[in-house]
Design a protein around this ligand. Structure first.
Ligand SMILES: [Fe+2]
Length: 318
């Protein structure tokens, strides 16, 4: 196969401190539906046919467990695997995937900054969509904080077949479908999750989702507004119980191969800043910024360390 490519973003898997509390939050407030639970993890679906879009794993420390991408068929999975190996990437062998995760066929690969990714095909789909348009339809994009930005960019483009969409001076936006970006890389002091965006059917659906979150006493961290930057999507950001930044988004630019990238200067000169609407939060709250920088998770993970260290020193002292 001449030029195998990943063709979509399937799901994100996150480690959480309390599986029961996190699944309750994502079911009641974020409006995902639990598909299955098996010991220390649970799969949750959105309203589209995709088997699941979010998997939560109970772990002592929070962080990204895996990002899952789609390939069109088994031949492409095999070709991507061969290409990844030829380019020196760390992979496992393509294999049948567990029925509990929707089955299918795929392999795992490690990104330069250590994130575990899986490329899969033939995953079982649900028989029907969920007709409630106030629910998220799917994952639209994942933004990764990055310190080795060039290595990450080269990996996604050269190994997985992503195309470059835009750079705004802070973030590189790359795509694997008509969606302007499925992955973005944000300049940071280390790798972590910047945010994960869930797609809403349209603006009205997004406002209904935001309304549900606010009725549930979840603080809006930024928005509602439309980015004057790459993707030009409507956005609203919240913080989940673990400290992850999560977004409802709608109306992201859809592009094709004729799309021309713009410079950081172009985006920084865009009119309509600040890019939030009347009555909205025109800038991220301090807590929202911390969440996007991965700092809330980092701080809480640090407490886990202290607790372990304390436990060890107490034991030794005893
Ligand atoms: Fe976003």
């Amino acid at each position: 196969m001449a030029d195998p490519k990943v063709t979509g973003l399937r799901s994100l898997e996150l480690a959480v401190y309390d599986l029961a509390a996190s699944t309750a939050f994502y079911a009641q407030h974020w409006a995902l539906n639990e598909v299955s639970r098996n010991g220390d993890h649970a799969h949750m679906r959105a309203s589209s046919l995709e088997h699941h879009v979010l998997t939560l794993h109970q772990r002592p420390k929070a962080g990204i467990v895996r990002v899952n991408f789609a390939a069109p068929d088994a031949a492409t999975v095999d070709a991507l695997h061969a290409k990844a190996n030829a380019l020196g990437a760390k992979t496992n062998a393509p294999q049948a995937l567990s029925a509990e995760e929707g089955g299918g066929y795929g392999f795992e690969i490690v990104a330069p900054e250590g994130q575990l990714l899986r490329i899969s095909t033939d995953v079982v789909q649900h028989a029907s969509v969920i007709g409630d348009t106030s629910r998220p339809t799917k994952i639209n994009h994942v933004v990764l904080n990055s310190v080795a930005m060039e290595d990450q960019l080269r990996f996604f483009c050269d190994v997985l077949g992503f195309r470059f969409s835009d750079f705004n001076g802070h973030m590189n936006f790359i795509r694997c479908s008509s969606n302007h970006h499925s992955i973005a890389l944000a300049k940071a002091d280390g790798p972590s999750l910047n945010h994960v965006a869930f797609e809403m059917h349209d603006y009205d659906a997004l406002m209904r989702g935001v309304g549900r979150m606010r009725m549930g006493e979840q603080e809006l961290g930024w928005g509602v507004g439309r980015h004057a930057g790459p993707g030009r999507n409507i956005f609203s950001y919240f913080v989940d119980p673990n400290g992850y930044a999560i977004e409802y988004t709608a109306d992201v630019d859809q592009v094709d191969d004729s799309y021309e990238s713009h410079t950081a200067e172009y985006w920084q000169a865009m009119p309509l800043r600040p890019c939030s609407w009347a009555g909205a939060k025109t800038a991220p709250t301090a807590r929202m910024r911390e969440a996007m920088g991965g700092k809330l998770v980092e701080a809480r993970n640090g407490q886990v360390n202290e607790t372990c260290d304390d436990a060890i020193s107490n034991k030794m002292a005893g």
